[in-house]
Design a protein around this ligand. Sequence first.
Ligand SMILES: Cc1ncc(COP(=O)(O)O)c(C=O)c1O
Length: 430
Amino acid sequence: MSLNENLINRRNKVVSRGIGLISNFTTLSGKGALLRDLEGNEYIDFTSGIGVTALGHCPEEIVSAIKNQADKLLHACIMVSTYEPYIELCETLVELFPHGNNTKVMLTNTGAESVENAIKIARQYTKKQAIICYSGAFHGRSYMAMSLTSKVSYKENCSPFNSEIYRLQFPSYYHYNDGLSYSDFIKREINRLNNFFNEYVSPNNVAAIIIELIQGEGGFNVAPIEYVQELRNICDKYNILLIFDEVQSGFCRTGKWAAYQHYNVIPDISTWAKALGSGLPIGAVIGKQEIMDSAITGTLGGTYIGNPLSCVSAIETIKYMKKNNINQKALEIGEKIKSNFEPLKKKYSGIGDIRGLGAMMAIEFVKNNSEPDSEFVSTLLKSCWKRNLLVINSGLHKNVLRFLIPLTIENELLEKGLNIIKEEIINLYS
Ligand SMILES: Cc1ncc(COP(=O)(O)O)c(C=O)c1O
């Protein structure tokens, strides 16, 4: 039995089946956009560990800052005493993402934890209970986050879910246009929300609307700008908090620090994780000061929130992103993806849509014009893996190929990976 097979066998014996496994790759080490398996084979990573290692694997500056911090302090607990890296990171985040005149932050360990706390804060501030979320949404696997998550396979047999959660159809023009013009579609979706307040839940009971401006697990569906701007007005009108979940879209992935910066709309609260830590677990809830401070002392917290190592990793990640203009890199990668696959879309009707923002790009595959073609994507992924390119899917039907390429990838590796995908698509369609 090979070393790779042996490790996977050992995994199968001791790791819960509830934790899914996308590929049969093993990983011993990583550098930049390359990973190495237990047998020494190198493969290209187009997933960044699901959007985390935006700066590639083990960037030297960040690893060395983590090592230095490890010699100084591993843990203190921010609820017990105050340490500099926690405060410096919060100061940096407030400066990057002002949510009003004064902004405050709560650090967390994960995306799901950020979402949990955003909801707790929104309920405390508004003294209302209901939360509106969207079809196709993914907000994590803890109970509130899972309850807000749409896809049923993430929550099979896990009920009862949290109550007072209401779900609207995500305004995806590609999926739900029903032949309407773009502007009529926006009008219909805004009407849908206003009718929702008559049919399902009173705005007087709604604490918050939570939305991913570009859905991650849902298949990189992009919310229309006009819709989001109107959402802001509606939230203001009814004293509903607008929460943007930026866990997957944040920190340069879309070519801006935040996806919301493409929209000219400021949320009341935003949630973050993934790329912020470059691989160490860290998340954040950012919000207007009066909202963040409305949480009663003691209702927020956690032993590990803002662990010193994770804070240092995040501080260095942001410095690196600024210094190397990673937003620009993301825009360039996005353009490369488009220019490689747009010509194929003209040729093959199976390529239904190419969409995204910056480097957060995806290709949706369909058959008979609009039916999800999950089998095609499953075969495509496997044929890419055989050629040592790690790619993953997304979408409710797993029929979307998503690109979460490390933003620091060398041109040569980028071209090589994109060519493999192109060749395999052509192969499978011929
Ligand atoms: C938009 C979004 N929110 C929340 C989460 C949950 O994050 P975590 O897995 O760190 O709990 C994810 C994870 O994929 C996500 O994409």
